[in-house]
Design a protein around this ligand. Sequence first.
Ligand SMILES: CC(C)(COP(=O)(O)OP(=O)(O)OC[C@H]1O[C@@H](n2cnc3c(N)ncnc32)[C@H](O)[C@@H]1OP(=O)(O)O)[C@@H](O)C(=O)NCCC(=O)NCCS
Length: 138
Amino acid sequence: MPNDASALLVISEDTIDKARDWIEHAIAEQELEGFSIWPVIRKDTGTLIGRCGLHRTENGDIEVAWVLARDQCGQGFATEAARAAIDYGLRVMKLNQLCALILPLNSASVAVANRCEMRFDRVVRAYKRDMLKYTIGH
Ligand SMILES: CC(C)(COP(=O)(O)OP(=O)(O)OC[C@H]1O[C@@H](n2cnc3c(N)ncnc32)[C@H](O)[C@@H]1OP(=O)(O)O)[C@@H](O)C(=O)NCCC(=O)NCCS
């Protein structure tokens, strides 16, 4: 459990309790599904810089998701992490298809999806928002 402020910010929770709940949810999903949203850690520094991985959405799709600390953007880490998560989902877990749900104005995430060779599918309603659905697999 990271206990410094920047690490908590990275996992997008603003209190220790919310961060603990989030981590416990990820551990439960890992045990149930064999995948979850994992920490992204820089190999050269050992620093926690974001999170990326797989999780099951309300309608049963498996989503690949990513987020980076702001000061770690622009170096290719999100794409590297997303490619690893996609490889794990398709090749190791043998899932047929993965999706990414992206807010229309989130051009940085659309670029990550494109670099991962995900294809735009359609606009869907998810997380109470209209989202762009990208997919990979068949
Ligand atoms: C989405 C998000 C992770 C994208 O971050 P990002 O830094 O743009 O993406 P990457 O880490 O893959 O980095 C790609 C950039 O690094 C550059 N880069 C620099 N060195 C690189 C290297 N060695 N290898 C690859 N890319 C490199 C690329 O050219 C690219 O730059 P560009 O955007 O100017 O073309 C980040 O904006 C974020 O965390 N946003 C908030 C959370 C969010 O939106 N999550 C997704 C919800 S669907």
